[in-house]
Design a protein around this ligand. Structure first.
Ligand code: ADP
Length: 257
């Protein structure tokens, strides 16, 4: 049982009544399991048509790349952007199923992290051209051994959230630090921030900060859950520092082999 109580007091401050709500944890668990089942079914069904639309969008862009038809060019740009968003969403949904069944395993290879960061910045800047993403710190890092697609996903999640949850501030900073034992990457925004109580919960599956923000910013509350799982599989650390109304810094570390 999860219970929340509030004491009602008389004028002398004596407690006269307790009012409370209690939620059965069993019910919450069953609901999460239903969500997991639905996610697994839906994401598998969505994967094939989205892959096909993505393929044809690329073919069309290729075929009409020299066209001076403004309408066509704009339509292709919008389609490309939206199909990328859909693909990311479906990959995330599939990953939730994989985590639940222990099938999310890192596929490690050697790659250059600075190059990957630059690629992801280009990708996000394309989708959010008004934001300014500043890459500071080590911009010429040597190669590391890790799951490149997994690390890309974490970077995309951090940067997308940084942009999404700072509607009034366009600046984002991404910082890479390398020392003898580990590398650390942080993404800082100057947006709405997260209360200390919620900071402890945002890496949970389906958790979203409640209230006005929940309706203003669309999402499923799974991006950080997946990011945490990916970093955990690399024996790294993931976390957040934040102050309400001032902004947030999300970071992860990876041990160097
Ligand atoms: P989603 O953004 O789809 O809800 P995430 O798992 O990526 O899912 O994030 C979980 C929750 O953490 C978000 O719903 C939001 O409330 C909070 N959050 C994440 N990143 C930020 C950020 N940069 N600033 C403020 N709140 C954030």
């Amino acid at each position: 049982q999860l219970s929340r109580g509030k004491a009602l007091k008389d004028v002398h401050g004596n407690i006269t009544m307790w009012v409370g709500t209690s939620t059965n944890i069993q019910e919450i668990k069953a609901l999460d399991e239903q969500k997991d089942y639905f996610i697994s079914m839906a994401s598998h069904e969505l994967k094939t048509p989205i892959t096909s639309i993505k393929g044809y969008t690329q073919l069309l862009s290729q075929k009409y790349k020299n066209s001076d038809d403004a309408f066509l060019n704009n339509a292709l740009k919008v389609m490309h952007k939206q199909v990328e968003t859909l693909t990311t969403l479906v990959v995330d949904l599939l990953d939730v199923s994989k985590i639940k069944t222990g099938r999310l395993q890192p596929r490690k290879s050697k790659f250059n992290l600075s190059n990957l960061i630059n690629e992801v910045i280009t990708e996000i800047s394309h989708i959010h051209p008004n934001n300014k993403i500043n890459y500071v710190g080590e911009t010429n890092a040597s190669e590391i051994i890790a799951d490149e697609e997994g690390i890309r996903q974490v970077l995309v999640n951090f940067l997308t959230n940084a942009v999404k949850y700072s509607p009034e501030s366009l600046d984002v900073i991404i910082d890479l630090d390398v020392n003898d034992n580990e590398i650390s990457v942080s993404v800082t925004d100057f947006g709405i921030g997260i209360s200390h109580a919620n900071q402890a919960r945002i890496f949970e599956r389906f958790f979203r900060v409640e209230g006005k923000n929940e309706k203003t910013f669309p999402g499923f509350g799974i991006g950080l859950y997946i990011a945490a799982e990916i970093i955990r599989k690399h024996n790294g650390n993931i976390g957040v520092r934040s102050e309400m109304g001032q902004g947030s810094t999300f970071y992860f570390t990876l041990p160097l082999l």
